[in-house]
Design a binder for this molecule. Structure first.
Ligand SMILES: *[C@@H]1O[C@H](CO)[C@@H](O)[C@H](O)[C@H]1NC(C)=O
Ligand SMILES: *[C@@H]1O[C@H](CO)[C@@H](O)[C@H](O)[C@H]1NC(C)=O
Ligand SMILES: CC(=O)N[C@H]1CO[C@H](CO)[C@@H](O)[C@@H]1O
Length: 317
């Protein structure tokens, strides 16, 4: 290949003077064009001196809440360091470290949205439970042109809320956070950056404090500032799921990680007392954008694999 001209290679010395003149001319042309556009704009503005200012308010920025779809940014509340979510009557109070109430949200079941594929188990458990799963941060998607959001998580949904430790891809990279999603509002811990290849363990535990009182946490093991704590008591009915969600990504595009799949390992659902039989079932909401297979079913050491499309991987095959 040596001696062949490269597309981005060195310019031959003879070409340099010409290149400088060409560049100067180009810059001059751009400057003149800009100047004339400004004159034109000034003329247009001057000819409508009484035009009323535009009054239409800009629509509010929306943020996708994992499990529940797009929500106004003002309804998504970051939990301050040391903060806590208190279940008071049928409402949730977001408290700061000093116990001051920052926000109150009603409970109620959020509508499911944005889901691509999930492995779920619906069941009832009268005893406190814990749940965990391990998965690895995939490579970065090849493009971010669509400002896509990708969520991969295990979560517990109950009457009223969804709790979940979430791996999230948003513009710029991968982060993790714990979420509590209710019908109208969303409480979320600050996003903590993670790197491709990093192994994550998302844990949710419910601890019995007294006969009527429980503490519930969602966090990533060993990653500081990802713990969401609440004294909400999960009702008898629960739904456990490993979930893949996307917002804004195109089908069969470079918007997904090039890895083609992600495995949730060592999935565990623990019960005090008699454990119900756990068997996940698959729901593929958007089969063109992903699907799930169950490698090992059950309440211990279960394994599910999520498959997603990738252009490069497809080209390589
Ligand atoms: C949760 O804690 C708050 C105080 O922070 C208390 O008022 C409330 O009753 C507790 N809820 C439950 C379900 O224990
Ligand atoms: C699952 O998704 C992968 C990646 O898009 C695809 O290659 C495979 O055919 C899909 N399998 C099924 C059963 O849809
Ligand atoms: C942003 C934030 O909340 N950072 C906290 C992470 O955790 C450490 C130790 O627990 C705190 O000192 C930081 O303030």
């Amino acid at each position: 290949m040596t001696g062949e001209p490269s597309v981005y290679g060195e310019i031959h010395p003879c070409c340099k003077p010409f290149q400088i003149w060409f560049l100067a001319l180009l810059l001059y042309s751009i400057a003149m064009l800009y100047f004339h556009l400004l004159l034109l704009l000034a003329a247009v503005v001057h000819s409508f001196p009484t035009a009323a200012p535009l009054e239409t308010p800009l629509s509010e920025e929306m943020i996708p809440a994992p499990g529940a779809g797009w929500r106004p940014k003002s309804s998504v509340h970051e939990i301050p360091h040391g903060g806590h979510v208190a279940a008071v009557g049928n409402k949730f109070h977001l408290l700061d470290a000093s116990g001051k109430v920052l926000h109150i949200m009603p409970s109620g079941r959020p509508a499911l949205e944005g889901l691509v594929t999930t492995a779920v188990w619906d069941g009832s458990a009268s005893q406190p439970i814990s749940s965990k799963a391990t998965w690895t941060v995939p490579s970065l998607p090849e493009t971010q042109w669509h400002f896509q959001t990708l969520y991969y998580f295990n979560g517990i949904g109950a009457d009223g809320v969804i709790f979940q430790p979430v791996l999230q891809f948003t513009f710029g990279g991968w982060t993790v956070a714990s979420w509590l999603v209710g019908p109208t509002d969303t409480f979320v811990t600050a996003s903590v950056p993670v790197s491709p290849g990093q192994v994550l363990t998302g844990v949710m535990t419910q601890t019995k404090i007294s006969s009527t009182s429980y503490a519930f946490i969602s966090s990533f093991t060993g990653i500081a500032n990802t713990t969401l704590s609440t004294n909400y008591t999960l009702p008898m009915y629960i739904r456990w799921a490993s979930v893949f969600e996307q917002y804004g990504a195109r089908t069969h595009s470079f918007d997904y990680p090039p890895d083609m799949s992600m495995t949730f390992l060592n999935i565990e659902l623990k019960f005090m007392g008699t454990a119900p039989i756990v068997a996940y079932r698959i729901i593929n909401y958007l089969p063109a954008q992903g699907n799930t297979t169950i490698t090992t079913n059950g309440g211990a050491a279960a394994k599910t694999v999520m498959h997603f499309p990738s252009c490069t991987s497809r080209l390589r095959h």
